[in-house]
Design a protein around this ligand. Sequence first.
Ligand code: DGL
Length: 265
Amino acid sequence: MIGVFDSGVGGLSVLRALHQCQSAPPLLYTADSGHAPYGDRNPAHVIERSLKVTQHLINQGADLIVIACNTATAWAIDTLREQHPGLDLVGVEPGVKPGVAMSRNRRVGVMATPSTLASERFASLLARHANDCKITGVGCRGLAAAIEQGEAAHEQVDQLLDLYCAQLRQAEVDTAVLGCTHYPFVAERIARRLGPEVQLLDTADAVARQALHLWAVRHPEPFARPSSSHEKGQVRLQSTGDATVLARLAREQLGLLAPVETIAL
Ligand code: DGL
């Protein structure tokens, strides 16, 4: 089984990419909504929670784990690798490299949590891949937390997007990297603010491909996927907090009707 986690609903954008693939094995998604957001908190919190959730997924039978969270990848993946040397781990990082490759005017924006932007891993991404591009990082404080609240925070999301997209427009970027897995769920609203000449980039598909490749290497026997679309839902969803938005997005974005299990971790 592949275990997938995020601070909340954002990782569903990665789960969706995994779930769309016919060869995907059973998937278990844990949203740590009871301890979200990660991106506005200190790194110690992110590391502690990532260790807890990873151990939980292992206990549930996951033998490959996708950290579907840029913030957790930035701060916790090294510790997770140290603590679980035999475990296959796939992380998510802002798509600086493909963004730089796509940009025509050599100006790329990165929308991410303040915590991701402050990390050494992000600095190293820039050092390796920014090349001749001017990169404008916009720390979108509060945005993931507002998306986490769903419709209840619709206006707040609009206000935050006005603020953050204005910074990208001012920087005249032609490419905007969505460096937080929550942001694809408001991609249309971002696109509307940035205009048609700005291309948006998220890495969910690439991460899903990488995870499934790694899975196939470790499990050469193809997983016999049930054929009926009803059974296709070999997906379990769990949340450590309020599961309302998770259940709604899972239904709307993945077609999953299964109830969300509430767990304490
Ligand atoms: N979805 C997470 C990410 O990709 C972070 C959201 C949060 O701040 O909790 O960075």
